[in-house]
Design a protein around this ligand. Structure first.
Ligand code: GRF
Length: 203
């Protein structure tokens, strides 16, 4: 299967995909790493690994829809089976989401439906939660609101800060995200009008 990965920053999840492929945990060809920011550190890391890279700079597009249309063209050129959002920090409109519906995944650093949006770790700490985690979900036009696919949970530790929590959560993101992609490429994970299904069971 062919995977396109969209990033905006350091791209540690993207690197986790490259490593999963290298180590045989994911039978996939990373056909594209694209960023909306030319200075994303992850772009250089992908290029160094020999992966095709592209940048669609959102500042070149006055409107979100025009940016999304350009991004669709960029991604479609590589004919991916699966599109992965990995720290992609632009809100996408249906112009992008619809053409990739059912083969577009995101990872979010909270136990969704808790804490969509930003500053998830601090919000979990402020709420006094006993657990935190990360969620892989199908992307729908509702921000961080598409059907969950896979969730990893961790206990909150005494003295946890947003940074200490983020460090533990990112490590499990790197495990669960390539695993969800593997399920998808194996045909085990499906999104339809009824929701997300794994091995024929609603999840
Ligand atoms: C991760 O915490 C992910 O959950 C969130 O953005 C961060 C991306 O980190 N969506 P990286 O760029 O993959 O290192």
């Amino acid at each position: 299967g062919r995977i396109a990965i969209l990033i905006s920053g350091r791209g540690s999840n993207m690197v986790a995909f490259l490593e999963a492929c290298e180590q045989g945990r994911l039978a996939a060809d990373i056909c594209l790493v694209a960023s909306n920011r030319p200075d994303a550190a992850g772009l250089a890391r992908a290029a160094a690994a020999g992966v095709p890279t592209a940048c669609v700079d959102h500042r070149d597009y006055p409107e979100r829809e025009a940016f999304d249309a350009a991004l669709v063209r960029c991604v479609q050129q590589q004919e991916p089976d699966l599109v992965i959002l990995a720290g992609f920090m632009r809100i996408l409109t249906p112009v992008f989401i619809t053409p990739f519906s059912g083969r577009l995944l995101n990872i979010h650093p909270s136990l969704l439906p808790k804490y969509p949006g930003l500053h998830t770790h601090q919000r979990a700490i402020d709420a006094g939660d006993s657990e935190a985690g990360a969620t892989v979900h199908f992307v729908t036009p509702e921000l961080d609101g598409g059907p969950p696919v896979l969730q990893a949970r961790l206990p909150m530790l005494p003295g946890d800060t947003a940074d200490s929590l983020a460090a533990r959560i990112i490590a499990i993101e790197h495990v669960i995200y390539p695993l969800a992609a593997r399920w998808f490429l194996q045909g085990r994970l499906i999104l339809n009008k009824q929701g997300a299904f794994l091995d024929g069971q609603k999840i």
